[in-house]
Every structure is written in C-alpha cells, then in structure tokens.
Write a protein that binds this ligand. Sequence first.
Ligand code: NAP
Length: 346
Amino acid sequence: MREKVVIIGSGPAGWTAAIYAARANLDPLVYEGAITDENRDLGTLPLGQLSLTTEVENYPGFPAGDLSGYLRTALDNEHHWLTDLHRKEGCSGPELMHLMRQQAMNFGARVVTDDITGVVFDSYPFKLQPLDGQEVEALCVIIATGARANYLGLESETRFKNKGVSACAVCDGALPRFRDKPLVVVGGGDSAVEEADYLSKFASVVYMIHRRDELRASKIMQQRAFDNPKIDIQWNSIIDEVLGNDEKGVTGVRLSSTADGSKRELEATGFFLSIGHTPNTHFLEDKLEMTEKKYIQWTVPFRTNTSVEGVFAAGDVADHYYRQAVTAAGSGCMAALDAERWLAAQ
Ligand code: NAP
C-alpha cells in the first residue's frame, strides 16, 4: 500500500491538513488514533484534546448560545434565510471535532481508527507501522498528534474531570460554574500565571498552588501575579486531594505544606492544572529533530518542515507556545500546502 500523504493525528491540525490535502487531490489517509484503554487513560483518544472539553467559545465562527438567534441579529434582512441552516446552540469541543472530521471525509479523506506506533524515515518512501495491521508506505507524512496536558495523577482529579477539573482555563474558564467563585490553579510557570490571571476575570479569588517558595515564571509574569489582587499564591504547597461530590463536582482541595507537613483545606469550584504538557511524540523515537521537551522541531521559519524532508508537523506536537485550536488548524493548513508544494517539486 503506497499513499501520497498520510496524516497522523485527528485534532484541528490533522483535520485541517486533511481538508486541504483532499481538496488538492492528494487523497490523504488519516490515522486518527486507536480506541484503547491506554489512550483513554492518557487522554489521547481520537479527536484530540478538544474532544475532552465542553463548550468551545473561542473558535471563530462558532459563537456560544443560540446560533439562529445570533445570526438573526447579526445579519441584514437579505441574509436571514441563513438562520434556517443553524437551529442549534453553539458548538461543543467534541461536536467541533466531529464536524471537522466529516468535512475532511466529504472531500474524500480516508480515515483509519488506529495508532501509528513506529516510523521509518531513513529510507524512501517512508514506512509507517500501525498498531494493528499492515505497514503503509507514504510519499509524504504530516504529523499532527498533538500534546496532552499533564495531570498530578490523583484519583480524585480523574473523578471530577469536566466537573470542575480542567487543564485549560482559556477553554473552560468562562463557564457558569466558575463565575464569582474561588478557583485553584496548580503550577508556578508562565502558563500558571497566565491561567490564574485569565481566571481572575471571572473568579472571586484564584489560589495559585505552588510546590516551592519561588515561581518558575518569568519576572514580568511573576509581577503580573503579584500585582493582581485576586491572585492568592499558596507557597510550598502540594495537593493531597481534590474534594467534591457527584452532584456539585469540585468543591475544594486539601493541601499539604512542603515546609512542615501541615494540612489545610480551601474551598473552590474549579481546579485547573497548569503543570506542563507532554507532546505525543513517543512513537517517533527521536527519528526527527526534537526540542529538549520532545516537541518536534520546525526547521524552517514560518514553515512546517521537520528535519526529514517530506515529513511535516502541525499543531501542538510542534508548538508548546500557542496551543490553541485555531492556531493548530492554521498550521494544519500550512502543512498541507507545504506537503503539496514539496510533492509537486519532486
Ligand atoms: P513550565 O515552565 O514547565 O512550568 C511548569 C510548572 O508546573 C512549574 O512551576 C513546576 O514546578 C510545576 N509542576 C510541574 N510538575 C508538577 C507537579 N507534579 N506537581 C506540582 N507542580 C508541578 O510549563 P509552562 O508554564 O506550561 O510553560 C511552558 C513554556 O511555555 C515555557 O517555556 C513558558 O515560558 C512558555 N509560556 C510563555 C508564556 C508567556 O510568555 N506569556 C505563557 C505560557 C507559557 P517547579 O517550578 O517546582 O518545577
């Protein structure tokens, strides 16, 4: 089996690459990931991180709320007929991902529900080894396997995922359950400050729980945390348990002091992890140039090229910095255009 373009991954980057590659007559084959217990535990099932969130309010074109009502007020009379096409509430993360998948399939993308577990990039055509099935040859590969948020690994954390536990303040912070309520952010890096600062717009107070007595965040971000009257940093503290119940979800946290071992509890309706991400690059076994933290290194400025010609990377697997659905989709488009031009030049 020899393919022109194989896309590995099924988040916004993967599907956007598939839409563009299909419309360029490259007949893309998408490995969307396998449905396994391991992937479920890691948060790496098909359709990526967005499929683990609830509402998506920041993806352009999908405002939250009643879309038909919104369109009636937003459009002039001549275009009111458009509201007939939209009879539902705004989009959830899983819905958005299913729509992208369907859009790619409408243009002819073929989808295999399996993981790629090994790659051969030092001979050409490239070879890809699926978890279950026959090796595939590819003239061009786009890797869009994303990254996964790190969690502490507490049982209570898993229990309340989507019921107050989140690893993305920008995705979930504005939900009603977090408004005017105390919230917790775990971590002491730039992301934790950014998330705490963002959440402080909605919360009554944001407790930043950090395990040491100084932040890892850059000085300017540290100052932002210190200057924000709604951010209360709890130094030298680790989380013992997320507290809550089935009805209310998260209601608080139990902390331990790393200084003297003492315990205390804080009330909170939200528990936001900001302790870093892990890129899904294990299957590459360093066959591409990686950053120190194992993200794929883009090797040409403003392009999606990797260290192997004919292999491109898109989305969070190569981007630890922006990590947004819309930036991932944008780089997925870029990867498909880069792949198309590279194939044409061969
Ligand atoms: P990071 O810099 O690696 O910080 C992770 C934080 O989580 C650290 O404070 C770490 O504590 C803590 N942590 C890790 N594992 C933990 C655990 N098991 N229990 C408790 N705490 C734990 O990650 P990041 O903040 O996501 O930033 C990633 C990169 O993006 C950085 O290069 C950052 O500069 C950049 N970034 C920049 C901006 C900006 O400039 N506006 C915004 C966001 C991100 P320790 O400090 O004790 O290790």
